[in-house]
Design a protein around this ligand. Structure first.
Ligand SMILES: [Zn+2]
Length: 283
């Protein structure tokens, strides 16, 4: 019989039966694993694998959101980048580029266009003077505020992610969805949202403006007039496909998508209210 003494996994102490630990997945290191050539080969194979996974994930996210969501929930996870990593990657790109500031709300809008505007107008007036007079002190503050709020707003999308997850769970838990599934699907949704609405859409707008002049999308309305319904349609469609495999009754599915869209609006107000105070305190 074998004279070999049992080899234990260096990481978790389980008895090793092959090169990989059945318990924690650690690989047993051999001297040749430490060669520089192996190190380089590993590096390239990691990049290659990430590349393949990323491509696969991006393709599924854009072309088959239903299959993407279903696969992840039913346990086909290896072919895809983890939702949290995917979300963080998309956000990193968003932080580093000057994409859309859909989530940025300038001081003017906070003071005039929100349900809670009277409150904020009072706070600002006390400290920086009336938003009607626009003294130099006020204008200086406004400029600083608008720059700062752009930075803060990019961070807040991270707060919105779990809120949507809880909403998904509440709507589909009777269909067997777990809260963690809700979070994963919300992360997939926000990744799509970040890529399509915050990164690609502004480029399309920019292209249209450069082709047809700066006023092409205004036609008498502000550009927000186009933006809000467009964003709601893009979001609603995506949610519809994400859950079409789980809820087969079309009417029931549409009703739930409508709830998501309707919930979006107060969420936007709450979000903007928090955004104001965060910006205000950070100035
Ligand atoms: Zn182990």
């Amino acid at each position: 019989m074998s004279e070999e003494k049992t080899i234990l996994c260096k990481t978790c102490g389980s008895e090793l039966l092959g090169d990989y630990c059945h318990s924690c997945g650690e690989k047993r290191l051999k001297p040749e694993d430490k060669s520089a050539r192996k190190w380089l080969a590993d590096l390239f194979s990691n990049i290659w694998m990430l590349d393949g996974k990323l491509f696969n994930t991006a393709k599924a996210m854009m072309l088959a959101p239903g299959r993407f969501a279903r696969d992840y929930i039913e346990g086909i996870r290896k072919p895809y980048v983890k939702p949290l990593n995917l979300f963080l990657m998309a956000n990193l790109v968003y932080f580093l580029t000057s994409g859309f500031d859909t989530f940025k709300t300038e001081l003017d809008v906070q003071i005039k266009g929100m349900p809670y505007s009277t409150l904020i107008d009072g706070v600002i007036e006390n400290k920086y003077g009336s938003s009607e007079d626009k003294t130099q002190v006020y204008l200086d503050f406004e400029q600083r505020y608008n720059t700062k709020t752009g930075e803060v707003s990019k961070l807040i999308i991270i707060v919105l992610a779990p809120l949507l997850g809880i909403l998904f769970y509440a709507l589909f838990r009777k269909k067997g969805l777990y809260l963690s599934d809700g979070f994963n699907l919300a992360l997939q949704f926000w990744t799509y949202f970040t890529v399509v609405v915050l990164l690609i859409l502004p480029q399309i707008f920019r292209l249209l403006r450069s082709l047809f002049g700066p006023d092409v999308l205004n036609t008498g309305f502000s550009s927000e007039f186009w933006l809000t319904p467009l964003i709601l349609i893009l979001s609603g469609l995506y949610t519809y496909f994400q859950f079409s495999w789980l809820e087969k009754r079309k009417i029931a599915l549409l009703a739930r998508v409508a709830v998501v869209i309707v919930a979006f609006l107060p969420l936007v107000f709450i979000y903007r209210f928090i955004l104001f105070w965060m910006t205000y305190w950070m100035l």
